[in-house]
Design a protein around this ligand. Sequence first.
Ligand SMILES: [Zn+2]
Length: 397
Amino acid sequence: MEELSPPLGQCSFQQLWESNMTPQGPSIPLVATENWSDLDVSINGIHLPPSQLLPDATLHKVFDEVLFELLEPPVVEPSVSTLDSVPPPASTVPSTNDYPGKHGFQLRFQKSGTAKSVTSTYSVQLNKLYCQLAKTCPVEVLMAMDPPPGAILRATAIYKKSEHVSEVVRRCPHHQSASDNNEGVVHRSHLIRVEGSQWAQYLEDGNTKRQSVLLPYEPPQLGSETTTVLLNFMCNSSCMGGMNRRPILTILTLETQEGQVLGRRCFEVRVCACPGRDRKTEEENTNKVLNGTKTTNGSKRKSQQALPPPGTSKKIKNGSSTEVEDKDNVFLLQVRGREHYEWLKKINDSLELMDHIPPAEQEKYKKKGSAKILKQEAMAPKSGKRLLTKEDRSDSD
Ligand SMILES: [Zn+2]
């Protein structure tokens, strides 16, 4: 035993042993003094024939290339593209690009036509939903493949035009504070509501202040291929201090529970008193542009070759189309003095409002309005208001 000790120098056997220990166990040089053929080495339960345990280099190669593949469970690569695996940042301008994703996320709208009585109707041609304030808008969600459990749907509204897009879409102060449609509602400022789901959640992004409504995605019921989501839009597009005639888009996203976007669909929305009429008008105008038919103050009659909008089989009468054209023409009036301008503006605003409110509704407003004004007058009479009150009262009487 003494003859063997010199190579060890001043190290004890214990020290040498420890210096050769790796966290996994003894390194090979130490066992190399043993008889290879007697070795029965197994690592993590896998038996290694002695032929594979020879010199260092070979051994490492075996470990790196073969063993690792054998011993380690395969690394699962996320199949989603890297772009989508990153949680979306709170961007100031949400994307409006349609993106079906791997689940084939799609939307469908019921075919409601353009009848006067319709409260919600969708134009495939314009990818635009026309609806009345607070009325039910069924949106059908269609998926080619089931999303992961816990997936959610999110609806957000943004302004369509780039000059308005940075502004957050909210309800106008009037509709936020009115008692109508607001009983027991915390999310009064939200334009979009989800109807008929107790799981709807109303969120406001802490950074961007953008508001959205979330609801858990439910797979279609037995025998149907779509899930219907009921949306409500709680202001008119014309609401002053709110959308103020600025067109909006609704973004519907399919997301994981963690907020990773799996799919996205966008459509324009116009909230107005006569969805059927407005859809018809806008589709006709688009067709005119597409057909290159110029309309200068109705001097040229609408040509019959203009395509009727989908869902209408009747030909458009010349008379009515000219009427439509005329309504869309904008006239400029120069007014001298702010006072006159303010008066004329009021008259013009009223006329425009009248256009957007069905006669039955107008009556309601008149009744409500006169009751309110009477109260105000009793509290603090103002010269301007009194004049209006008299007119109003004689009107509604
Ligand atoms: Zn409003």
